[in-house]
Write a protein that binds this ligand. Structure first.
Ligand SMILES: Nc1ncnc2c1ncn2[C@@H]1O[C@H](COP(=O)(O)OP(=O)(O)OP(=O)(O)O)[C@@H](O)[C@H]1O
Length: 608
């Protein structure tokens, strides 16, 4: 874990200001004029209180000293006093209006920036819990922070001006008083900054657990896990886990609140004693006639302004430090290196795919998921991948889809290394249904068009894709046809069966005019007849293309495969046609016969 978060000192606080230029640049890009006006208003706000003190002083002194003279001597200071008050009010109203508008725009911009960044992450980033934490922290904590830092910096400027101008008024009377006034706020602020740092440290350390807590509540408040939670009666267990995590958070939060409240109380009492003493000196001077009534009020008000400004100023310094720690998270996330698309070669059509001694380990695993895989497939051929669970079939497809590039060996497309081929160009030529394909809570039209969003309004193309996926009857039977909202999250949504969702996903894949179609284990949701039908249809439709099928139902693959790869524990142990592999009398034959026996037993049982 990052060592720098464990210590707090002034150097760190100053160092943390480093991110201010970045913050400013970000804010500048949102609304320039607003930013300038807000800055000006903050500066005016800083000096206005001192001017107000001086106008009050001159008004009161005028009243005291102009008895028997013309009322005009009092009227002028009164008009200035009233105008200044109104001016201050208008400025503060305008300022808060501009700030609110600015924050709305900024929040929107930040959330879009985070989404844009998330879009550039790779699959391995999403599988890395550290990156995931960064994303969550950026999303939940950091969006409001850039403006907070900016307004704190402006507050520092404004409070500093306020402090200097109020000090100047007291300086005129008794310079040594100033030392007494500023000592307590300095001590209390240093302490509070340490508390703020401790709070950040706690937040930082518990971000994994916070995510776990969020996940537990997500499971309980979504339909995704509802059935299992009900059937297995998991509610108590999940709530217990949620409570356990949150009890700990609450305990930590309460401890911090208790500490800061006690410390604030002690500092406040000491501050009141010092303030009381200075007030005594002012009143005494007024009593013996050393100062006029206007000056008395001016000194009293300056005293309270200095106290407020001092506390505000030092509080802002510690707040800026604390906010900067969060901002660091935000920029850490936003500045995560984006994998640059260096591969520039574009291909017209996928004609051949060749794996040469390809091995691959998932980033967080020691053992190889694929080891030394070599095979070649040409346009017009159908490849089937078979093997037991975890043998590496989906991993091979993920490599071919370009999700990971840290594999050993070479993957050649048309004889060119896949690492040199432009990923977007290649991606457009592959139509794929993953084992865990998405069921979008959108309309049927959108669900299909997401395969090639440019065609969303081209009904003939959508219809052709639906036909290819044998989904025509099903789509027609929906209450609003292709415009039907699917899923249950939104009103009038229609839930589909697993197999029906699969056909929608298949239509999505067919909407692409791809050169290579990959069907990763549709058997999870399709009955054997439908799977056979879909394999056969896909194979017919892709006669002059490449298709890759993954299934545990080997008899469905038998007729359509021009080549079968048999994987076991990440290794390619056999390859050939169905007949060749049966003749080989090896693992394929074992799996094939085992499957048939199981199905035969099932059939006998169902007849019985
Ligand atoms: N994202 C991942 N991170 C780490 N390891 C993974 C990941 N995905 C898969 N694996 C591991 O890689 C190995 C191969 O998994 P893969 O999903 O490719 O198998 P499969 O043959 O498709 O299995 P199945 O028939 O169950 O779908 C397994 O040991 C699995 O645990």
């Amino acid at each position: 874990m990052n060592q720098e978060i464990y210590s707090f000192n002034l150097k760190d606080a100053i160092k943390s200001l480093k991110s201010f230029p970045k913050v400013f640049k970000l804010l500048w890009s949102v609304r320039k004029l607003h930013l300038i006006l807000i800055t000006i208003f903050y500066i005016i706000n800083g000096i206005l209180p001192a001017i107000s003190i001086l106008t009050t002083q001159s008004l009161l002194n005028a009243i005291q000293t102009s008895r028997g003279k013309d009322f005009i001597y009092v009227l002028y200071p009164l008009i200035i006093y009233l105008s200044l008050n109104s001016f201050g009010y208008i400025i503060s109203q305008l300022n808060s209006y501009l700030q609110s508008i600015f924050r709305i725009d900024l929040n929107y911009k930040m959330s879009v920036m985070i989404l844009e960044k998330a879009r550039t992450l790779s699959l391995s980033d999403f599988e890395n819990s550290e990156v995931y934490d960064k994303l969550r922290r950026a999303q939940s904590e950091a969006v409001e922070r850039p403006y907070a830092v900016f307004s704190i910096v402006l507050s520092i400027v404004s409070q500093f001006l306020g402090l200097i101008s109020s000090l100047a008024i007291l300086l005129y009377w008794k310079p040594w008083i100033i030392l007494l006034v500023i000592i307590m706020p300095i001590i209390s602020t240093i302490y509070m900054a340490k508390m703020g740092h401790m709070q950040y440290k706690i937040e930082y350390e518990r971000s994994q657990e916070k995510r776990k807590s969020w996940y537990l509540s997500y499971l309980m408040t979504n339909d995704i896990a509802f059935k299992e939670i009900k059937i297995y009666r998991l509610g108590d267990y999940l709530i217990k886990g949620y409570k356990k995590l949150n009890k700990n958070f609450i305990k930590q939060d309460k401890k911090i609140i208790k500490k800061t409240t006690i410390a604030s109380f002690i500092f406040e009492v000491l501050d009141q004693i010092v303030g009381g003493f200075i007030l005594y000196l002012i009143i005494q001077s007024a009593y013996i006639g050393e100062i006029l009534l206007g000056n008395t009020v001016a000194y009293i008000r300056s005293l309270s302004n200095i106290k407020g400004n001092m506390q505000g100023l030092l509080g802002s310094v510690s707040a800026i430090y604390q906010n900067n720690l969060y901002i660091k998270q935000l920029f850490d996330f936003l500045e995560m290196p984006v994998k640059e698309e260096k591969s520039s070669i574009s291909i017209e059509e996928i004609k051949t795919i060749e794996f040469i001694n390809v091995s691959f380990k998932y980033p967080n695993r020691q053992e190889y998921a694929l080891k030394d895989i070599s095979f070649k497939i040409k346009k017009g051929e159908n490849l089937s991948l078979v093997g037991e669970n975890g043998s590496g079939k989906s991993t091979l497809v993920k490599l071919l889809s370009g999700f990971y590039d840290n594999y050993e060996g070479e993957i050649l497309i048309n004889g060119i290394s896949m690492r040199q081929i432009n990923q977007e160009n290649l991606g457009n030529k592959i139509g794929i249904i993953f084992q865990d394909f998405n069921k979008y809570e959108l309309t049927c039209r959108e669900n299909i068009a997401l395969g090639n969003i440019d065609l969303i309004n081209q009904d003939d193309k959508l219809q052709a894709a639906i036909n290819k996926a044998h989904a025509n009857e099903m789509v027609n039977s929906l209450p609003n046809g292709i415009e039907t909202q699917l899923g249950v999250w939104f009103s009038e949504g229609v839930q589909l069966s697993g197999g029906q969702w699969q056909r929608i996903a298949l239509s999505r894949a067919f909407l692409r005019d791809a050169d290579c179609y990959i069907l990763d284990e549709p058997s999870a949701s399709l009955d054997p007849v439908s799977e056979h039908e879909i394999f056969q249809k896909t194979s017919d439709l892709t006669k002059d293309k490449i298709s890759i099928f993954i299934s545990h139902r080997l008899y469905n693959l038998r007729k359509i495969s021009s080549k079968v790869l048999v994987l076991k524990e990440g290794k390619l142990i056999e390859q050939g046609t169905h007949e060749e592999l049966m003749d080989l009398n090896g693992h394929y034959k074992y799996l094939y016969n085992l499957q048939n026996t199981i199905d035969l037993v099932d059939d006998i049982e169902s007849i019985a």
